[in-house]
Every structure is written in structure tokens, then in C-alpha cells.
Write a protein that binds this ligand. Structure first.
Ligand code: ATP
Length: 351
């Protein structure tokens, strides 16, 4: 296991004068899985490529296990960084058997030792039986496992993964994600993984760094980002939200769903209020704080159902998530209660 992990310090990079990475600083602690999450084009892959040595940043430093590999006076090449790499198109060599693909990453060891280490890596990903198969005879998921074995075989201290599961179908993806996370954890491998999929980041990461427009906007444990987003972007990127608008009155955001505490915002400030669908409770009790609504439609999705409602008399539309049984009929009158922990208030931003 490594001491020091991966440190990215003040990275900035532009392509043809267009800034795509702006002052990105991140530390991935030894043995930690950090997911760099963000929409397409926000600069995540460029950050990963800089860490890998496939791109040279215009500013900033990279340290691996306390050793500077990128800095004003130093540039250590990819192969001398002690990293494992796995990209979206995991590109196995088509003319090499699975075992030779894995052994390829172990240059420097005597041949017998190389094959033994490659076989062990294939065993760990459940692919020992396919050691002598060529890539084109393997399914996408099997090829992905071989690529993972190749990336892990040399026991790198830092693993860099770029959307490694995006080519796989949903069921296979779930299993391979879980297997990959537990292999990385077992080895204590420091991991930086790029994904645009919040669910994948929530499943795999110890910590998430959320990026947009070249910058890291928020960093923390997945559940903290979900429950305490620091911006409208973070609130809506991490999960579905209902968006309402309102104003600050007596320290509270007044909306069609009620008034919510909003410390530090001046009287009269226009605000946008994000409410997670699971923060709304559906019932019929007409208590003082319950908000009347009319059901627009209800759709069962298996594990839960999504109900669309119109608030009050011609008020805004909201979506609620409930258990998938006994769904309310369109047109029926219901009431909503709100869990304030699932309500996030921000000053209204120009859109
Ligand atoms: P995606 O999830 O779509 O891969 P990303 O967040 O990983 O997106 P990057 O691949 O880092 O984003 O790209 C950031 C921006 O930099 C994009 O606008 C992209 O077009 C641009 N870009 C990336 N590589 C180059 C390059 N070699 N030359 C010019 N522009 C580039």
C-alpha cells in the first residue's frame, strides 16, 4: 500500500487558449476511491490524463506517494509513475491472448514470474478459465475484467479509471462495479475514477469531487454532497429535485410548499428552492402544515412510484417518490408534508 496517495495541486490547462481545467486541487488519500464527477466536457478526463502523464498541464503539480511527477521542473513519464490505467475503451491487444495482455503490463519481471502474476490477476477477476482466449472471443464484460486484471497486475499504488463501465449493459455493470470496488479496496489501491454518472459515483466512491466548467465545485462523502449540496448545480446533479421559486421573508424562504429556514439571506432576496422527491410525504390529513395538491398522474417503476402533483390552486408542479403500491388516481385531492432536511435554499441565479 502507498503512503501519500495522489495529490493534484493547482492544476490548470487550456486547449488552444480555451481553459478546460481551472485551479484544480485534490488529494486522494492512500487506499481511497475518489470519483471525479461532472457533466460531459467539464474537464474530468483532462485532469485524469494529466495525472497519468498523457497530458502536460500548463500550471500545477502532481505528486504520487509523496514524489513529484509533474511540476515546474519535472515531468516523469507515464511508465515511471507506478500507476494503473483503465479507460472507457479498455483496448486489449487483439493479437494477444488474455494472459499475454495481462502479462504485458508486467514488463521487467522474469518470464515465469510474469505469467504467474498474470494468472493470479486473472484469477482475482474470475477470468482464469479464459487465460488462453483471444479478446474477440470474449464478451464485453469479460474483456473488461481482463483489462482490470491488466491494470491491477503490477499492483500500482495509484489506479486511474476513466468511465470504465460505460460500455457494459446495466446488470453486468452493477456486478462489475461492485467487484472492482472490492478488489481496489482489498489491495488498498489509491484510486481516481472519472464518471459522469452520479449513481456510479455514489456506489463506488469514498469521496466525490464534483466538477463543472473546469473547476471542482464541491468535495465530500457521497451522502454529504447529496444531503448538503452547496449550489443548485450540485443539488440537481446528484439527484432529482423539485424546483420552486420564492423570496426571503423573516429569515425564511417562502414558497408554494411552505416556508423554510434560510440563514444568512437578506429580506426580499429572490431564491430558488430545491426539494428532493423523497423529501415529500403524500397523505390526506389536512393538518396546519400540510399542503393541498391534486394528482396529475402516478407511475409505478418497480421499487418505487413517481407521482406528479399540482400544488394548491394552479400552483407549480412537483414530483413525489412513494412505495409502488396503492397509487393515487389522477384528479384525486391529497396533501403533502415536507422534510426540511431535503430542502435546499439558494439565492436565485441567472440562468
Ligand atoms: P466527457 O465525459 O465527455 O469525456 P470530460 O468532462 O471528461 O468530458 P474533457 O474530455 O476533459 O471533459 O474535455 C474538456 C474540454 O476540453 C472539452 O470541451 C473537450 O472538447 C476539450 N478537449 C479535450 N481534449 C482536447 C484536445 N486534445 N484538444 C482540444 N480540445 C480538447
Amino acid at each position: 500500500m502507498s503512503a501519500g496517495g495522489l495529490v493534484l495541486d493547482g492544476l490548470s490547462h487550456a486547449f488552444a487558449g480555451l481553459a478546460v481545467v481551472r485551479e484544480v486541487s485534490l488529494s486522494v488519500k492512500p487506499g481511497e476511491i475518489l470519483c471525479l464527477l461532472g457533466p460531459s466536457g467539464c474537464g474530468k478526463t483532462t485532469v485524469l490524463r494529466i495525472a497519468a502523464g498523457l497530458e502536460t498541464p500548463q500550471r500545477g503539480r502532481v505528486l504520487i506517494d509523496g514524489r513529484e511527477v509533474v511540476g515546474p521542473d519535472i515531468l516523469v513519464p507515464t511508465e515511471a509513475r507506478n500507476i494503473g490505467l483503465m479507460f472507457q475503451d479498455f483496448a486489449l491487444f487483439p493479437h494477444l491472448k488474455a494472459i499475454d495482455n495481462v502479462a504485458f503490463g508486467l514488463a521487467g519481471l522474469p518470464s515465469a514470474q510474469r505469467r504467474a502474476a498474470a494468472r493470479e490477476a486473472l484469477e482475482r477477476v474470475g477470468m482464469a478459465g479464459a487465460a488462453d482466449s483471444y479478446p474477440h472471443t470474449l464478451s464485453g464484460g469479460e474483456q473488461q475484467r481482463v483489462a482490470l486484471a491488466r491494470a491491477m497486475a503490477s499492483k500500482p499504488s495509484v489506479m486511474l479509471l476513466d468511465e470504465p463501465f460505460s460500455g457494459l449493459d446495466a446488470r453486468l455493470r452493477d456486478r462489475i462495479r461492485a467487484d472492482t470496488a472490492s478488489l481496489l479496496k482489498d489491495d488498498g489501491t489509491t484510486t481516481l475514477m472519472v464518471t459522469h454518472d452520479p449513481e456510479e459515483a455514489m456506489l463506488m466512491a469514498d469521496r466525490i469531487a464534483l466538477m463543472n466548467d473546469g473547476r471542482v465545485l464541491q468535495e465530500g462523502a457521497p451522502i454529504d454532497l447529496y444531503r448538503h449540496p452547496n449550489s443548485p448545480f450540485c443539488a440537481s446533479f446528484l439527484g432529482e429535485t423539485n424546483l420552486l421559486e420564492g423570496f426571503i421573508k423573516s429569515g425564511h424562504a417562502e414558497t408554494a410548499l411552505g416556508a423554510f429556514a434560510a440563514d444568512g439571506l437578506a429580506e426580499g432576496t429572490p431564491v430558488e428552492v430545491h426539494v428532493r422527491p423523497e423529501g415529500l410525504g403524500l397523505g390526506t390529513a389536512e393538518t396546519a402544515d400540510a399542503v393541498p395538491a391534486v394528482v396529475i398522474d402516478a407511475r409505478g417503476l418497480g421499487p418505487f412510484a413517481r407521482v406528479r402533483l399540482r400544488l394548491g390552486n394552479g400552483g407549480p408542479e412537483v414530483t413525489v417518490r412513494i412505495a409502488d403500491f396503492d397509487l393515487p388516481r389522477p384528479g384525486s385531492r391529497v396533501t403533502l408534508t415536507v422534510d426540511p432536511a431535503m430542502v435546499f435554499v439558494f439565492p436565485l441565479q441567472d440562468r
